[in-house]
Design a protein around this ligand. Structure first.
Ligand code: XMP
Ligand code: MG
Length: 178
């Protein structure tokens, strides 16, 4: 195990198994709907790349980068740093997330896309951390529910590093509490 990791939560083979299971569900649910998978940058990239290999129907992909911030008045407001290229009016959207924690990012992105007239919006997330939730959002498709710990790998970062790990692990506190 890598020295900065406290515990491995998902080995690479577990992630592939999860994508296989979710892929089957999504194939059944999105047959003939030609969904747009909306990857939220940057953390969703490895998950989206694995997941789409297991979805056996026509689909499109596009990307968005959003950052939610909590100012005195702007709590939960999302800043769109990179927007979608594809028009979403009348389209079935599947937001792809690495992890849902407070839910702020997701709630705001969902509201924004709803306002643009999407036909449907659902969420698929590799990880769900329900103990961190501050707003009422529930992803329809969940890879694994995890405890309230800071995790890294397979897209998830600490100060932009560790995204390239092929597994998901809990980061040792000694790494960030120096
Ligand atoms: P919210 O709180 O809006 O945040 O649901 C979702 C985004 O916050 C990041 N996040 C994490 N990143 N390890 C990470 O590397 C974590 O344990 C973690 N929890 C939240 C992530 O970018 C996610 O999309
Ligand atoms: Mg993210």
């Amino acid at each position: 195990m890598d020295s900065f990791v406290e515990e491995v939560l998902l080995e690479h083979k577990d992630i592939v198994d999860i994508c296989n299971r979710l892929g089957k569900e999504l194939t059944a649910d999105y047959q003939d709907k030609r969904p747009i998978l909306v990857g939220l940058l940057k953390g969703s990239i490895p998950f989206l790349a694995e997941l789409i290999k297991h979805i056996k129907c026509d689909l499109e992909i596009d990307f968005m980068q959003a950052s939610s911030y909590e100012g005195t008045k702007s709590k939960g407001t999302v800043m769109v740093l990179k927007d979608l290229i594809t028009p979403v009016i009348g389209r079935h959207l599947l937001i792809v997330e690495d992890i849902v924690d407070t839910g702020f990012t997701l709630q705001e992105v969902m509201n924004l896309l709803q306002d643009r007239g999407a036909a449907s919006i659902e969420v698929v997330t590799l990880l769900d951390k329900p103990a961190g939730r501050k707003v009422d959002v529930t992803p329809k498709y969940i890879g694994k529910t995890i405890p309230n710990k800071f995790v890294i790998g397979f897209g998830l970062d600490y100060n932009e590093i560790y995204r390239n790990l092929d597994y998901v692990g809990v980061l040792k506190e000694s790494v960030y509490k120096k």
